[in-house]
Design a protein around this ligand. Structure first.
Ligand code: MG
Length: 380
């Protein structure tokens, strides 16, 4: 049973229980009502006190596929010069400008693996779904152009969930200058499954690869690390909802597109990757692809603050925690790297070495081998 209230209605009491925070988020379901897809009934029972604007929804199935596509199409932003023809045809027709290479990345967002519906508001799930793809384009120093979304949802998922998922995704798309140019929808036998494909481009030969690091290069990261995984740890421990506004690195991470663009344009970085699996793992990826080793200064690693009031997260989250979507890059020692790019701080954390191993140096000067601990999502 789903309860729908109009936006702005006061919280309602149902069977003596207080309606959980976020009642207003169901207001979007009112738009689904306009399609005649919901059957609304007034509640019965002596214990039920309900605001006059509220209904109990017996059936809140997602819109049928065609209606869902139409619905999504109505919400798309204006077309970009890259998308000649987008949603509504058998294929999207895209143009890549002369002198550029196309960049393509694909990422799953799976319920129970990458998010939980009881912890993550739908806007956050939509935002994070696209952020994963955009961050990969940022890591190549590219410009994102178009996104393609394949979305499978359980039959009994409220349409309002899909609406708010799309709202989160399209808001970030508009911010990043990306057009949703196609996709597919289906019914999922299990949870929500979303797959995002993001297409971008980079001037020919200018995409920044993982394989370009050389001994003597310096290692840098953007922003602060560990905020996202520390939040996930809190969600596990507290087993309750957290206010997304207090934990933006986890609920609404911002891909570092501007930093990537500048590093590529000014030919500053020799190699780059986005930190999706954790610093120790992603640095290992750069070292493996480049055939080099690295030495990292423990004290230099920027550790994130989380919550309200902000508190530093534990160091292991900054070292091993995933899904920060910051950038990790190397640059020749003679290159002058700005302290900030587009307002985002850049921190030097170590250097590339001739060996094959990665070491971490503590404040007392001692050196220890750094093992990469892969990011394990929700498998705690
Ligand atoms: Mg990546």
């Amino acid at each position: 049973m789903l309860l729908v209230t109009k936006a702005g209605s006061p919280n309602v009491l149902l069977g003596g229980a207080t309606w959980p925070p976020g009642t207003r988020r169901f207001a979007a379901a009112g738009s689904a009502y306009a399609w005649g897809d919901l059957s609304l009934t007034r509640p019965r029972g002596p214990k039920t006190r309900l605001h006059p604007d509220s209904y109990i929804v017996d059936r809140a199935l997602p819109l049928p596929e065609r209606a869902l596509l139409k619905h999504i199409r109505q919400r798309l932003g204006k077309r970009s010069r890259a998308v000649i023809s987008g949603v509504g045809d058998d294929c999207a027709v895209l143009g890549v400008p002369p002198g550029h290479n196309a960049l393509v990345t694909t990422d799953f967002s799976l319920e129970g693996i990458h998010f939980r519906r009881e912890w993550h508001p739908p806007e956050s799930v939509g935002h994070r779904c696209l952020a994963r793809g955009l961050s990969d384009i940022a890591a190549m120093g590219g410009d994102p152009v178009a996104a393609f979304l394949s979305l499978a949802v359980p039959a009994r998922l409220p349409q309002s969930w899909v609406d708010q998922f799309m709202q989160g995704l399209l808001k970030l798309a508009a911010r990043a200058g990306v057009v949703l140019a196609g996709g597919d929808t289906a019914e999922s036998p299990a949870g929500v499954l979303a797959d995002i494909v993001v297409l971008g481009w980079a001037p020919r030969g200018k995409a920044i690869l993982r394989s370009g690091a050389h001994p003597g290069d310096r290692i840098y990261v953007t922003g602060e690390l560990g905020g996202s995984s520390a939040t996930l740890n809190l969600l596990f421990k507290a087993k309750k909802r957290l206010a997304p506004k207090d934990y933006p690195p986890h609920f609404f991470p911002m891909p570092r597109l501007e930093v990537g663009r500048v590093l590529s344009r000014d030919r500053l970085a020799s190699s780059m990757i986005d930190i999706s699996d954790g610093l120790s793992t992603d640095l290992m990826h750069i070292c493996k692809e480049s055939g080099v080793g690295a030495e990292v200064n423990k004290e230099a690693i920027p550790v994130a603050r989380n919550g309200s009031p902000g508190r530093r997260v534990g160091f292991p989250f900054a070292l091993h925690g995933g899904e920060d979507y910051e950038l990790l890059f190397t640059a020749p020692a003679h290159k002058c790297i700005p302290a900030r790019i587009g307002g985002i701080p850049i921190t030097e954390i170590g250097g590339i070495t001739r060996g094959k191993k990665i070491f971490i140096r503590s404040a007392d000067g001692s050196l220890a081998e750094l093992s990469s601990r892969g990011w394990e999502h929700f498998r705690n």
